[in-house]
Design a protein around this ligand. Structure first.
Ligand code: CUA
Length: 387
C-alpha cells in the first residue's frame, strides 16, 4: 500500500483528494483479508472500484482539476503546497486548543446557569459565600492560561522558523513582486520577463519539487500578499524587501488578495496564481520572451496610444512607451483579467476600461483619458495584437 500511495501522489493527474483518501486508508491500516487468492483479487478489485467511485465524487480528485480551473472559494483549510500545509497544521492545533477552551468555559457557564437558576421553591434570597483572595482560584485562572499561551507561541514560532529556514531542493524559481496601488508588478529575473497581476508558476511534484521564492517590495504604500491555499500573509513595505515562498502541488488558478488597507481599490487588488504543468509554464515563458507583435494593420491604434500619452504610465517593449506607473502591456493579451482581476479581459470590458477606468474600478489611479469612440476602437484593436 505504501508504494502505491507514493506512486499515486507523484502522478500528475492524481490530486489532493485522492492522495488524502489513500493516506487515510494507509493510516487506518486497511488490510484485505488474507483469504484464498481469487477471493482476495476480487476484494481488491472491488475496493479500487469503490475507491475510484468515491474519489471521483470528492472535490480536487483524480483528473478533477486542470490548470485553467479557478478555485473561486479561497480556503485556508485546503492548503496546496509546503508552506500553506505547515501553516494549516499549526492553525488546526490552535483551533483545537481554542475549541477545548470554548467547550470548558461554555460548559461551566451552562452548568452554572442551569444549576444555580432562580427557583421559586427553595430560594431564600441570601447571598452565597463571598470568596476573596483564594490562592487556589487565582492560580487556577493564571497558570493554565499562561501555559496555553506559551504552547501557542512556541508552536507558532516553530512554524515561522520552519518556513523561514527551509532549505530548498534545487534552484527555486525567483519572482519579484512589487505592490502598487492597486495592482501587482511581476518580474522573473531569470527569464527577463516583466508582467502584472497574474503569477504563472510550474506545479511542484513530489519527484520534482519546484519551490518558488518571492521577493516582495512596494512602490508606494504598504500592501499585503496572501493566496490562502498557497501561502500565509506577508507584507510588502516600501524601501524594504521581504522574502516568502510557495510550492503549489496541484494544477489550477488560485486567487489571492491584498491584505493591508492601501486605498480606495484595496479590495480589488486581486492576485491570480496560475499553477500549470512544467510544459505549459515553459510555453508561457517562451510567449512572454517573444518580441512584441508589430502588426501594420493597427498602426492607427499604435499612434492613438502614443498620442494620448498612454506610454507615460505603461510600457510596451520595442516602442517609445516605457512608463512604469501602470502594468507592462507588452504581452497584454496573455492575461485573463483587467484591472488586477477586477473583470475578465474581453472586448466589452476593455472598451469600458478605455472609455473610463473609473467605471470598472472607481478610485484606480488611471484617469479617464477622454478618448472618443474611434480612438477607443483603434486602441482596442492595437492592444488585442499584443500577444
Ligand atoms: Cu494593496 Cu491593499
Amino acid at each position: 500500500m505504501k508504494s502505491l500511495e507514493h506512486l499515486a501522489c507523484q502522478d500528475k493527474d492524481v490530486t489532493e483528494g485522492a492522495c488524502g483518501v489513500l493516506r487515510l486508508v494507509h493510516r487506518s491500516g486497511f488490510v484485505i483479508p488474507p483469504v484464498g487468492s481469487a477471493l482476495r483479487d476480487r476484494a481488491e478489485k472491488l475496493f479500487w472500484r469503490v475507491f475510484l467511485l468515491l474519489t471521483a465524487a470528492l472535490p480536487g480528485t483524480i483528473n478533477a482539476q486542470t490548470a485553467d480551473q479557478v478555485r473561486s472559494v479561497q480556503n485556508i483549510f485546503e492548503p496546496v503546497g509546503a508552506p500553506a500545509e505547515m501553516l494549516h497544521r499549526t492553525s488546526i492545533l490552535v483551533l483545537l486548543i481554542c475549541l477545548g477552551i470554548f467547550v470548558i468555559v461554555g460548559g461551566l457557564l451552562l452548568y452554572a446557569v442551569v444549576r444555580y437558576r432562580r427557583r421559586t421553591t427553595d430560594d431564600d434570597e441570601t447571598e452565597p459565600p463571598q470568596v476573596y483572595g483564594s490562592t487556589a482560584i487565582e492560580l487556577a485562572w493564571t497558570v493554565p492560561p499562561i501555559l496555553i499561551v506559551v504552547v501557542l507561541a512556541l508552536a507558532t514560532a516553530r512554524t515561522v522558523g520552519e518556513i523561514n529556514n527551509t532549505k530548498f531542493i534545487g534552484d527555486p524559481l525567483q519572482i519579484r513582486i512589487v505592490g502598487h496601488r492597486f495592482w501587482w508588478e511581476l518580474h522573473y529575473p531569470k527569464y527577463n520577463i516583466t508582467t502584472a497581476n497574474e503569477i504563472h508558476v510550474p506545479v511542484s511534484y513530489l519527484s520534482t519539487p519546484r519551490p518558488i521564492e518571492l521577493t516582495l517590495a512596494s512602490a508606494d504604500v504598504v500592501h499585503g500578499f496572501w493566496v490562502p491555499e498557497l501561502s500565509g500573509k506577508e507584507w510588502l513595505v516600501p524601501d524594504r524587501e521581504n522574502k516568502w515562498w510557495i510550492q503549489p502541488s496541484i494544477l489550477g488558478i488560485y486567487l489571492g488578495n491584498c491584505t493591508v488597507l492601501c486605498g480606495l481599490q484595496h479590495a480589488n487588488m486581486l492576485i491570480r496564481v496560475i499553477v500549470e504543468s512544467p510544459e505549459d509554464f515553459d510555453r508561457w515563458v517562451t510567449r512572454q520572451q517573444r518580441p512584441p507583435t508589430l502588426d501594420p494593420n493597427v498602426e492607427e491604434g499604435r499612434r492613438a496610444f502614443a498620442a494620448n500619452s498612454c506610454g507615460s504610465c505603461h510600457r510596451i517593449e520595442g516602442t517609445t512607451s516605457n512608463g512604469i506607473f501602470g502594468p507592462d502591456l507588452t504581452h497584454f493579451m496573455s492575461r485573463q483579467t483587467l484591472g488586477a482581476g477586477v473583470a475578465p479581459n474581453d472586448d466589452k470590458n476593455l472598451r469600458s476600461w478605455l472609455r473610463d477606468p473609473q467605471v470598472l474600478k472607481p478610485g484606480c489611479l488611471m484617469p479617464e483619458m477622454k478618448l472618443d469612440t474611434q480612438q477607443v476602437e483603434q486602441i482596442v484593436a492595437y492592444l488585442k495584437t499584443l500577444n
